[in-house]
Design a protein. Sequence first.
Length: 189
Amino acid sequence: MVLALAYGLFSYWQVWSVGRSDQARAVDAIVVMGAAQYDGRPSPQLAARLDHVVDLWPEGLAPLIVVTGGNQPGDRFTEADASAAYLVERGVPAGALLLEGEGSTTYESLSNVAELIDDSVETVLIVTDPYHALRSRLIAESVGLTAYVSPTPDSVVSGVKEVQREFTEAAGVALGRIIGFERLDRLTD
């Protein structure tokens, strides 16, 4: 029992710690994790992630940005479509964008990204919310990518909601490390 509690607390500390570290560096591609969109307009959470990419783009860290996320039944647009349009409106060249518009989970999206990109893309910088950074990086590594994270500094998930999500992520990270993230995705889908 003590070991399980220690492992859980260690996982929580890792989620918290990675979410507060910025590993921005030169990579082959920036990958933006999807979040809700409303009829082609990014939710505030997705917009915060995309705004962070708009800030990173002029630094020349990567020649390619991969936007991720599918859609809910009845949606006219995917999260990837909404993200791409948002970035183009803010000056990112359309030719620098690659859309992964099928994934409905972090695992599906990153697995699809690994299949979409060619062999010249080995390193990625994942942009997401702080609470989601560690699990995203670990999943990316599990599908064969060398991954770093640059969590958005302006996440709309804060306060009690952020702590709740950090605990949820810590549980997912702890279990995913034991049973594998693909299996965890199948169990929680």
